[in-house]
Design a protein around this ligand. Structure first.
Ligand code: QUE
Length: 604
């Protein structure tokens, strides 16, 4: 027998039991992949061993912003050696649309193109270069149509992907008419490319009975599973999504990882061969959406102290050509257009403008930052017009603790600590002194100027589509006491897996090294929500906690029966279990429970 099977003495076990706990919740644990990230051993989809006979997929993109497709001829593609297939919209066996919430995103252009970068056809070939050459050899005839490229044009023409929404409290127009002071203005807020280091990528292996296993870089495994099933016209149970880690997501892989996965799946389905599609950076940046740029118009009434009396804000999100998640994104911009301020009498309108550009999508903050930038610009404009320090205007308008505490969407703000936080930060940052120094510097410096801001943030976490606020986890304990952990969240570098493992370590009172973190996989944990909305740890961590508590309760019940003690006599700590005055190692308890026919696997 090897050493680790030699039983420790009761004294040794008791000492271990009482030692300091080093992993678990609230302790500093390094990212489970930190060493592999640094050494380059962490595997991403493109690092997986390739399947024999694999096809590389390349998509030919539209070079027109808005056009009717008159004809597509793919026969020149087949003249290039190594080409297996060239597909267009007609070749998709199931549903063509891959819109995440409402239709509007055809997998392949269907009779028209609506932005430069839209996928018109895709080729599967022996190499990426051959696939690219073949895709570019196809001939596409277009009839150009008038594009809408500018968000202001779209707003004026009411060219929208979805209906506008309004939040209203009090009577803003009456207050604007009577307020001592009034300002009107507008601003543009720019977009951003996600620039995840790993571009969109999927690899698909056909399996038995028309099934597929899809290795993909996605924040939203279940949605990719559902969309792959829909484009193939098969039930979801045929499709397995496996996602070990992303090389960055930032929202860019919440809905828009599905396109490459679905193209790979369709070509795998039609050819019976494994496929892989990795977007070159240039194509990724053209094909996929970014943060929504916003155009904002405001009309604000206030008094000589800068206190708001009434406000009207028009938020126009540039959604690109299709809805994607824009409904929820513009809603969130509206929900954050108060930031930390009591707006009083307010009317906020949110518009989902349609332009002939890539479909803009989730991006860290999900519209929230755009709403906050708008009201912060308004605070600065008021301060400038009054010649006041902008921090004074901000503080004047903060939500109150017991009054002036209802938002424009009629929610009462509770647990408000912004006054104390600001006072602490003003003191600890030496705000007043620095403001004076900057004033003096700027007075003497005609070109170079310095600035200073102290800006609050109120942010609403979790999904506004509340059914998404759920999660699942699966834990197995094997007979050697090692633990397999799986949950519905996805790792994109943020350390989610480490945090969820810490929660399980805390519940079972074991060292985190005992817990093996595994790839997000739809046949282990089904029906997952996207890892998004600042909720990955809260939702998946709670599911894992629930699964671990179920297992722990089974072990306690077993020990109570086995040793004829009470539940209060059983204590888990530091990979040890105390049963009244007997100390057992965690492995011993698991061994005994296994022989006692206790189930050592649980969902949460
Ligand atoms: C952040 C969010 C939300 C989000 C994604 C984020 C959010 C929300 C949705 C959403 C809504 C409907 C769907 C869907 C996602 O996504 O609030 O898939 O069908 O409602 O990154 O705050």
């Amino acid at each position: 027998m090897s050493n680790h099977h030699v039983a420790k003495s009761q004294a040794e076990l008791a000492e271990l039991f009482r030692a300091d706990i080093t992993t678990g919740v609230g302790r500093s644990v390094k990212h489970d992949s930190a060493d592999k990230h640094v050494s380059g051993e962490a595997t991403y989809v493109d690092d997986r061993l390739e399947f024999p006979n694999q096809l590389h997929v390349y998509a030919r993109m539209s070079d027109r912003a808005h056009a009717r497709i008159i004809s597509i001829d793919t026969s020149p593609c087949y003249a290039i050696p190594g080409v297996a297939i060239a597909i267009t919209a007609e070749d998709v066996p199931g549903q063509l649309d891959i819109g995440p919430v409402v239709a509007g995103d055809p997998l392949l252009a269907d009779g028209k193109v609506e932005y430069v970068g839209q996928v018109v056809l895709a080729v599967g070939a022996n190499s990426l270069e051959t696939a690219r050459k073949a895709a570019m050899a196809a001939t596409i005839e277009y009839e150009d149509l008038e594009p809408v490229l500018n968000v202001v044009d779209a707003l004026r023409k009411k060219h929208f992907v979805l209906d506008s929404h309004q939040h209203k409290i009090g009577n803003s127009s009456a207050e604007l008419a009577t307020a001592p002071r009034r300002l009107q203005g507008s601003l543009h807020i720019g977009g951003q490319e996600h620039f995840y280091l790993e571009t969109q990528i999927s690899s698909v292996m056909p399996t038995e009975d028309g099934g597929m296993i899809v290795y993909t870089s996605t924040q939203n495994a279940t949605e990719v599973q559902k969309l792959v099933a829909e484009v193939l016209g098969v039930p979801m149970h045929k499709i397995v999504i496996d996602m070990r880690r992303m090389g960055g997501g930032f929202g860019g892989k919440e809905t828009q990882a599905a396109g490459p996965a679905c193209l790979c799946a369709v070509i795998a389905h039609l050819t019976g061969r494994p496929t892989k599609m990795r977007l070159p950076r240039v194509e990724d940046m053209q094909m996929t959406g970014k943060r929504h740029p916003f155009y904002v118009e405001y009309d604000v009434g206030f008094d000589d102290n800068g206190l708001l009396h009434g406000i009207e804000i028009e938020l126009a999100g540039n959604c690109g050509y299709s809805p994607d998640l824009s409904g929820s994104i513009v809603d969130r911009a509206m929900f954050h257009s108060d930031n930390a301020y009591f707006l009083g009498n307010a009317t906020i309108n949110g518009h989902r403008c349609k332009t002939n550009t890539a479909s803009n999508t989730a991006y860290r903050g999900f519209g929230g930052p755009q709403g906050m930038v708008a009201i912060e610009e308004i605070m600065d404009a008021i301060a400038r017009s009054l010649g006041k320090d902008p921090l004074e205007v901000r503080k004047t308008n903060y939500y109150g603790k017991t009054e002036r505490n209802v938002t424009h969407y009629h929610q009462t703000v509770e647990h408000n600590v912004i006054h104390e936080m600001t006072a602490e930060l003003e003191a600890s940052s030496d705000y007043a002194k620095r403001r004076e120094e900057i004033r003096a510097f700027n007075a003497k410096s005609p070109v170079l100027k310095k600035g200073l801001a102290l800006t609050p943030v109120k942010f609403g976490i979790s999904f506004t589509a509340t059914f998404l606020n759920q999660a699942g986890a699966l834990i197995h304990i094997y007979t050697d006491g090692s633990i397999h952990l799986n949950h519905g969240g996805t790792e994109m570098g943020q350390g989610l897996n480490t945090k969820v493992a810490q929660i399980v370590a805390e519940v079972l009172q074991v060292d985190i090294s005992r817990i093996q973190i595994t790839a997000t996989n739809t046949d282990k944990v089904p029906n997952t929500s996207p890892t998004a909305a600042s909720s990955g740890t809260d939702l998946n961590g709670k599911a894992a906690q629930n699964a671990a508590e179920t297992l722990k309760q089974r072990l306690v019940d077993f020990l109570v029966r086995e040793y004829k003690v009470t539940p209060e006599d059983v204590e888990f700590r530091n990979s040890q279990v105390r049963v009244r005055d007997l100390f057992l190692s965690f492995e011993e308890v698991i061994q005994k429970a296994y022989f006692g026919q206790v189930s050592l696997s649980s969902t949460g």
